[in-house]
Design a protein around this ligand. Structure first.
Ligand code: ATP
Ligand code: LTN
Length: 333
């Protein structure tokens, strides 16, 4: 067992804002669990972030903050590879090659592109369309076996699998075909203001999401004002999107299942339930916030860690890219 090669895990998060509890419960929490048993590559997807207009100084700052948060969640930069996507140019290089193995039709079916083009109608750039191919490159470069993601990324992962299979068929087996990995609960945390939409860190309405760095007071207020229904009975059911969402969050933070939650809140109103949810969220993220405040004060340490991440990621990425370039038939000297 000692010498057995560990399976490889890769995932990325965009530095578009401070992560929400949706990002944490749906993705980052699993990153931490998986980091114990797998060979993990985790990246800040800054190349993906510029598919939507970003302010340069803010993007730089958010990338550093996101990096600190990844360490605060418990990722170990020595044991895992924690890096910044743009520090490893092989992502862009492989992405171009994979573009030529992706059909326009299949890329056109991606629902996130449709949603994001509606949201950013003034800037429907080609990068936004090509986003899933870059994501495929991220994954395939590291020969990842598993990709922990929230449910919203399922379609993109399916595309990455199709591209890998196609390339392997046109040439000889080159890429590992990756499997998605979804956590049990929290895979899809919804907006507190519109529980039919996913909670998103770049939602302009601050009341719609709880950020990982919100103060206890802010968290309590946001959860208190979460949209629910008029039935005032805590149970998981149809037409109760708001309560279903709060129950999922509560369950993910406490480990209690829905049946237990329904029992505990039998006869109690939404006020009591919301107070309990807020408390559970505050407790759940407090240790991360404490660790974050130490890390963010040590810029030199964070920079040293990103350099180490870049070195380790580059080694693996170069190996795959060289193989791909040879198969495609590029003149290598
Ligand atoms: P943006 O608002 O900038 O598009 P985002 O909040 O959707 O960002 P990403 O950086 O695109 O977050 O995603 C990081 C990870 O978090 C992905 O694995 C994604 O599946 C997961 N994730 C994002 N939103 C949620 C959510 N509401 N519930 C569960 N998981 C989520
Ligand atoms: N598109 C992802 C972020 C992302 C990603 C990846 C996730 C970019 N590259 C590779 C998993 C694997 C998102 O969460 N929106």
């Amino acid at each position: 067992m000692e010498n057995e090669k560990k399976k490889i895990v890769l995932s990325c998060i965009q530095p578009t804002s401070v992560p929400t509890i949706g990002n944490y419960l749906g993705a980052l929490k699993n990153w931490k669990y998986m980091s114990e048993d797998y060979d993990c590559y985790y990246a800040i997807a800054d190349l993906h972030a510029i598919t939507v207009r970003q302010e340069p100084a803010k993007l730089r700052k958010q990338s550093m903050e996101m990096y600190a948060l990844l360490l605060a969640v418990g990722l170990d930069p020595e044991k895992n590879v924690v890096f910044v996507q743009s520090h490893v140019p092989e992502h862009s290089q492989l992405s171009w090659i994979l573009n030529c193995y992706t059909q326009f039709g299949e890329a056109s079916r991606m629902t996130q592109f449709k949603e994001k083009s509606l949201k950013h109608a003034d800037n429907i750039n080609v990068g936004l369309f090509d986003y899933p191919v870059l994501m495929a490159a991220d994954i395939l470069l590291y020969q990842a076996d598993f990709v922990p993601i929230g449910a919203d990324q399922k379609q993109h992962l399916e595309l990455a699998r199709n591209i890998a299979e196609r390339f392997n068929q046109v040439y000889t087996p080159t890429f590992v075909v990756p499997e998605p990995f979804f956590g049990k609960v929290g895979a899809r945390v919804m907006s507190l203001q519109d529980p039919t939409k996913k909670m998103s860190k770049s939602d302009p309405n601050p009341k719609a999401s709880v950020s990982m760095l919100d103060t206890p007071d802010m968290i309590a207020k946001k959860i208190k004002s979460a949209v629910t229904d008029s039935e005032a009975k805590v149970y998981y059911g149809e037409g109760k999107d708001g309560i279903n969402n709060l129950m999922s969050i509560y369950s993910a933070c406490t480990g209690l299942d829905f049946a237990q939650i329904e029992k505990d809140f039998d006869g109690k109103g939404y006020g009591d339930f919301k107070a309990a949810v807020a408390e559970a969220v505050i407790e759940c993220i407090k240790p991360i916030q404490d660790e974050y405040s130490h890390l963010i004060a040590d810029k030199k340490y964070l920079e040293d860690c990103t350099r180490l991440g870049k070195e380790k990621a580059s080694y693996a990425a170069q190996k795959t890219l060289r193989k791909v370039m040879k198969k495609v038939g590029f003149w290598q000297v």
